[in-house]
Design a binder for this molecule. Structure first.
Ligand code: G3H
Ligand code: 13P
Ligand code: ZN
Length: 366
């Protein structure tokens, strides 16, 4: 078989590869490379610099479906907040990577339609686990990627992160690296206990990899069960469980080693107890779900922590609203009648996070 291949490097934002078979059949294979700037998205560089200076953090909300995306964008527009739309490997498998990318492009247009002249929206890969996944996201319009090599031996983490940075920076895509391991399921690797970030490693890591931001481990973890009741004390006034303190000393030491460097906090859901109660009231079975107190996140947001990741709280808000409708209106079978209230409840949650926890409201450039 003879193939004639002619490959064009990037022409404007598009790279098109033709592979034409000159036999009886002619097969044309077109590969398109899209730059996020053509989709109206932005990377995290200026956003993080402004957030650190201004003492607030950018919300990084995960999305897997249209209702989550609509709620995130509506909340961001109505509070005039920049926002990071995060897509995990699981989300790409669930919703289809191509569809998610077009939804993010649609998000920019939707924000404009809602009256935001200059939306600042980042499309970010959450917990990228291989160079190939990061490359595929960069090639298809993501403006930011995380390469999570935190579970690898140090030198392997450095090498993998550096490789992703070298590729990403050619397209002005920003990269988040990670040092230290969070408890819970992270990057499909499950860990019973966390390993705090070692502040002695951060200068070497940031310098050698060239990463744009660094996720650190200071005691947060993924999911709705971040602490066991045995680890907590009970607040005598509110009766609420109070988890063991986060390692703010580790954050302080990291900031001292890397002054002004953008720091990221994963596992930052607070697990709102009213949502947990609603879920349980209407047939759910969430036992002892405990998150990070919002005051602690507020404190982190005033420091060099400029990106705070929230996923589980949105899942809880969605589930609570859906369960309520199902319990109160068992004859209802129109998805809009239960996904609509779920969307409203998530929007309320996102606005609360933006205004009262992260402080990113009214931070869009005019
Ligand atoms: O860090 C994990 C995020 O919450 C994404 O979770 O992998 O189930 O989509 P997922
Ligand atoms: P939560 O599970 O605490 O929402 O954390 C989400 C996260 O870190 C996504 O990367
Ligand atoms: Zn995470």
């Amino acid at each position: 078989m003879r193939y004639f291949c002619c490959e064009f490097a990037i022409v404007s934002a598009f790279m098109i590869t033709f592979a034409v078979e000159f036999n009886s059949l002619t097969i044309i294979n077109i590969r398109t490379m899209v730059n996020y700037k053509d989709l109206g998205l932005v990377n995290t560089r200026d956003m993080f610099a402004k957030a650190i200076k201004g003492g607030y953090a950018i919300p990084a909300f995960n999305f897997n479906n249209m209702e989550q995306m609509q709620a995130i964008i509506k909340a961001a527009v109505e509070t005039k907040s920049p926002v990071i739309l995060q897509v995990s490997k699981g989300a790409r498998q669930y919703a289809n990577a191509t569809l998610l990318r077009y939804m993010a492009q649609g998000a920019v247009e939707y924000a404009k339609e809602l009256g935001c002249a200059h939306p600042e929206i980042v499309l970010h890969l959450d917990h990228g686990d291989t160079f190939e996944t990061c490359k595929s996201c960069i090639d298809s319009g993501f403006s930011s990627v995380m390469i999570d090599g935190s579970h690898l031996p140090y030198e392997e983490n450095v090498a993998l992160t550096k490789k992703v940075v070298e590729y990403a920076h050619q397209f002005d895509v920003t990269v988040e690296g990670e040092l230290g391991v969070l408890a819970g399921v992270e990057d499909e690797v499950s860990s019973d206990h966390h390993t705090y970030t070692d502040p002695e490693e951060v200068i070497d890591f940031a310098t050698r990899t060239g990463c744009d931001s660094l996720a650190i481990s200071i005691g947060t973890s993924h999911g709705a069960y971040k602490f066991t009741p045995e680890q907590c004390t009970v607040d005598p006034v509110t009766g609420q469980m109070v988890p063991p303190p986060l390692a703010f000393n580790v954050l302080d030491a990291v900031m001292e080693k890397l002054p002004g460097f953008p720091i990221v906090l994963h596992g930052s859901s607070s697990v709102p107890q009213d949502e947990v109660a609603t879920i349980n009231q209407y047939g759910g079975a969430l036992k002892a779900a405990i998150g990070i107190p919002e005051e602690w996140l507020r404190k982190a947001a005033t420091s060099a922590v400029c990106k705070i990741n929230i996923d589980s709280d949105s899942r809880l808000a969605m589930t609570a609203a859906v369960r309520k409708v199902f319990a109160e209106k068992p004859a209802e079978f129109d998805p809009r009648k239960y996904l609509g209230p779920a969307r409203d409840n998530m929007e309320k949650l996102y606005k609360h996070k933006i205004i009262n926890v992260l402080g990113s409201d009214n931070k869009l450039a005019e």
